[in-house]
Design a protein around this ligand. Structure first.
Ligand SMILES: [Zn+2]
Length: 375
């Protein structure tokens, strides 16, 4: 499955599609009660209508992310009203446009930026949509893409480049651009730098290894199973360490001639983040975008300032990061790693698979068979 789906070349196809003008009702996979697992229902809803500045997107594929599990488990520090359709990593076709929309046509193939932004605040105006003062998370604060169709603001649309199919987009738009943001905007990789990517088989990790490698970094990674470590090596890590072995930070020191790494890409938090600080070389940087394993940590400031370490937060992505991610995918520089694909009816099984921590790469949900794909 991995070799077949993950490393195949993206199929080339025309970027515009014929779509029915109306869909009638739309099926949506909705969370109706929080839990682990939560309670979901596949519901038939009236077709949503795009308002001014909005588009109706017929969803072709939507990636599943840790964010969806946090929504399911009520683990987000933001209020959420139920029922809610999860799903923020949407690839699809524009099926209808609201009034006052220019620059887009029905049939255009698009990816959707999941961190919705106002486009007007001081941070949006300088291109830092990840810092928007009025930001909203698609699939959390408004209905997302585990549905046959979804209404989104057109400012969140990104045109799919030639050569990037819907599965590739749905596997990279959120997780891949998160890694792009961390490695190219929040931190930098100099040629020859040692880069440690935590959890290399995850959505963010699998992209981060490829991006760091392409930027000239020497990559180390971690994984909790041999299959995950093998994937990390396949993607370009020189070594993949056993995350269940408490000795792994010492192995990082050994592998780097005792100096440590220049950059850590971290998205787990808790104890893992502390162990990562131990792995930093003098002048090293730790960039983090998640805290699954714990949001509060204590660490010793003495080595932190003496060794001139940097601890950098990273949140989401900008539009420029998504454009770069899809362009890298179009030229084959960044390849999606797809673990499995589920139909909308079996989306609960997709959630269970991500929760099991057995996934190698991305899990996708597809409400329809692909409209056009030249495999
Ligand atoms: Zn804004």
């Amino acid at each position: 499955m991995l070799q077949r789906r993950g490393f195949r070349r993206a199929g080339f196809f025309s970027a515009r599609f014929a779509v029915r003008a109306t869909l009638g009702g739309v099926k949506a996979f909705q969370l109706v009660a929080h839990g682990a697992p939560g309670r979901f229902e596949l519901r038939e809803l009236p077709e949503p209508r795009p308002g001014p500045g909005e588009a109706l997107v017929r969803v072709q594929a939507c990636g599943l992310n840790r964010l969806d599990l946090w929504l399911e488990e009520a683990g987000l520090p933001i209020p959420v009203s139920l029922p809610r359709t999860p799903g923020g990593e949407i690839a699809g076709i524009i099926a209808a446009l609201g009034p006052d929309v220019s620059g887009w046509r029905v049939g255009d193939a698009v990816a959707v930026q999941s961190n919705l932004f106002c486009g007007e605040c001081e941070f949006c105006r300088r291109g830092d949509e990840s810092l928007c003062l009025r930001g909203e998370l698609l699939g959390v604060q408004r209905d997302g893409g585990f549905a046959e169709a979804v209404v989104v603001p057109v400012r969140a649309l990104v045109r799919l480049p030639e050569g990037v199919d819907f599965d590739t987009s749905a596997a990279l738009t959120l997780a891949g651009s998160t890694a792009m943001h961390m490695l190219t905007r929040r931190a930098t990789v100099r040629p020859g730098d040692w880069v440690l990517v935590i959890a290399g088989a995850s959505g963010v990790g699998s992209s981060a290894i490829q991006i760091a490698k392409h930027l000239g970094g020497r990559v180390l990674s971690t994984g909790s199973t041999e299959a995950k470590r093998a994937l990390a090596r396949q993607l370009g890590a020189e070594h993949a360490l056993d995350a269940t072995d408490p000795d792994w930070p010492r192995q990082v020191r050994q592998l780097t001639g005792r100096r440590g790494v220049d950059l850590v890409v971290e998205h787990v938090g808790g104890e893992t983040l502390l162990r990562c600080l131990d792995c930093l070389a003098r002048g090293g940087t730790l960039v983090t975008c998640g805290a699954t394993a714990g949001r509060e940590v204590r660490f010793n400031l003495w080595p932190f300032f003496v060794k001139e370490h940097r601890l950098i937060g990273s949140y989401g992505r900008t539009r420029a990061d998504i454009v770069a991610t899809l362009e890298w995918a179009a030229v084959g520089r960044l390849k999606p790693v797809v673990d499995s694909v589920f139909p909308l009816e079996r989306a609960a099984d997709a959630f269970a698979r991500l929760r099991s921590r057995q996934a190698l790469g991305k899990i996708l949900i597809k409400p329809f068979e692909p409209v056009a794909e030249s495999d």
